[in-house]
Design a protein around this ligand. Structure first.
Ligand SMILES: [Zn+2]
Length: 356
C-alpha cells in the first residue's frame, strides 16, 4: 500500500516535472526558501556609451548587451551557496560556474570565492564564497543546455511571487531612423514606434538601486484603425525575455535608441544616481510607412507583461495626413524665411547746434 502511494506520488512528481520542463531551485543566499529582492532583471539593458552625453553619445557607439541573469540584492559579505549541486569552474577572481548533472549550469558573479576549480559542491550546503565589497548583490545566470535562461521563469528560482504590475509609461512616434518625435496630430511618411516600459520589482530594493526600473518580461503591440476596427498590425511580441535572450547584435532592434541602463555611463561620466530609461523598439525592421495607410485616425496598443503574467496596457492615437503630391508624403517643408532686410542706412549726419 505504502509502496503504491510512493509510486503514485513519484509519478505525479514526474508529470509535474514534464509540464514545467525543469525542477525549481532555491535562492543562493539565506534563507534559501524565502524570496529575496531582485534589483536587475534578465534582459535589462547594459549600455556603455563611448561618447559624452553632449557629443550625442546617446546615438553613438559603445558596448550594448542584454543582462544575462538576475541581480539578487545582498549585503557585501553575504554567504553564497549553490542552488544545485555540481562541479565548480572558476571563471575569474570573482566569478564561477557550476555544472550540474541535470543539463543546467549556473554562474555566480561578484563573489570572493572560497572553493577551488573542479571541486564538487552540494546545493545549499557548500559555501561558495562571499558577496564582494561594494557589489551589494550576487548575479545569478542559468544555462539550460547551451542557452542562457531567465532564472525567474517557470522551473527557475523559487519561491518567486510577483503582484506588482509593469508600467507602460509612454508610446513615442518618431521620424524613421531619427530620435525626433512626430506630433500625433499630423503623422506622415515613414515612422518608427517605441515605448517606454518598465517593471517594479515585487520586493522593494534598498540603497542606490531603490526605485530603479527593471525590464518587463515581454512587450507586445498592435495597430488598428479607429472606427473601422481594421487591424493594421495584429498583436506581436517583439520583446520577449521569458525564456532565452535575443543575440547581442540585435540590441538596438529590441531597445530603441534613447534607451540607457540604470546609473548610465556616457564617455568619462557615470550618472550613478540616475535611473535608466527602458525604451523598446516595436517596429525594428522597417518602421511603418504611413503612406500605405488611408488618411485617418489609428491606435497603437502596447502591453508590458511580467514573468507571472501581470500586465498593463497603454493606447495612443495618431492621425495620418499624407500628401499624395510630395515625395515624402509630408507637406513640402515651408520655404526658408526671407533674409532679414539690410540694416537701414545710418541717418544723415546733420550737424545741429543745440542751443542750451
Ligand atoms: Zn548582473
Amino acid at each position: 500500500m505504502r509502496l503504491r502511494l510512493i509510486l503514485i506520488l513519484g509519478l505525479t512528481a514526474l508529470s509535474l516535472l514534464a509540464t514545467t520542463g525543469a525542477a525549481a531551485y532555491p535562492w543562493p543566499v539565506k534563507p534559501f526558501n524565502k524570496q529575496h529582492p531582485i534589483r536587475a532583471n534578465f534582459g535589462d539593458p547594459r549600455t556603455i556609451f563611448q561618447l559624452g552625453l553632449f557629443q550625442n553619445g546617446i546615438a553613438g557607439p559603445g558596448t550594448f548587451l542584454f543582462h544575462n541573469g538576475i541581480d539578487i540584492a545582498a549585503k557585501d559579505g553575504t554567504s553564497v551557496y549553490p542552488v544545485m549541486s555540481g562541479v565548480v569552474k572558476l571563471l575569474d577572481a570573482e566569478s564561477l560556474s557550476i555544472t550540474t548533472t541535470k543539463g543546467r549550469t549556473f554562474q555566480y558573479f561578484h563573489l570572493v570565492p572560497v572553493v577551488t576549480d573542479g571541486e564538487h559542491v552540494v546545493a545549499q550546503r557548500t559555501l561558495l564564497g562571499y558577496v564582494r565589497k561594494g557589489a551589494g548583490h550576487v548575479h545569478l545566470s542559468e544555462l539550460r543546455g547551451f542557452r542562457v535562461w531567465n532564472p525567474i521563469a517557470e522551473g527557475g528560482i523559487a519561491p518567486y511571487r510577483d503582484r506588482t504590475k509593469p508600467t507602460v509609461a509612454s508610446i513615442l512616434l518618431r521620424r524613421w531612423d531619427t530620435l525626433n518625435e512626430v506630433d500625433s496630430l499630423g503623422v506622415c511618411g515613414r515612422i518608427s514606434i517605441a515605448s517606454e516600459a518598465f517593471d517594479t520589482p515585487p520586493m522593494r530594493v534598498s540603497g542606490t538601486f531603490a526605485n530603479f526600473p527593471v525590464s518587463p518580461a515581454a512587450v507586445t503591440w498592435s495597430l488598428r484603425r479607429v472606427g473601422t476596427g481594421l487591424v493594421i498590425a495584429p498583436p506581436s511580441t517583439p520583446v520577449d525575455f521569458r525564456g532565452t535572450l535575443p543575440l547581442a547584435p540585435d540590441f538596438w532592434n529590441v531597445y530603441a535608441r534613447g534607451a540607457y541602463q540604470n546609473a548610465p555611463r556616457f564617455g568619462p561620466r557615470q550618472f550613478s544616481l540616475m535611473p535608466g530609461r527602458f525604451l523598446y523598439n516595436l517596429t525594428p525592421t522597417a518602421g511603418i510607412d504611413t503612406r500605405t495607410l488611408v488618411n485617418g485616425v489609428y491606435q497603437v496598443t502596447v502591453r508590458a507583461i511580467d514573468i507571472k503574467g501581470n500586465s498593463q496596457t497603454l493606447n495612443k492615437r495618431f492621425t495620418v495626413v499624407n500628401q499624395p503630391t510630395t515625395e515624402t508624403g509630408c507637406p513640402a517643408s515651408t520655404p526658408p524665411p526671407p533674409p532679414p532686410p539690410p540694416p537701414p542706412p545710418p541717418p544723415p549726419t546733420t550737424t545741429t547746434t543745440t542751443t542750451p
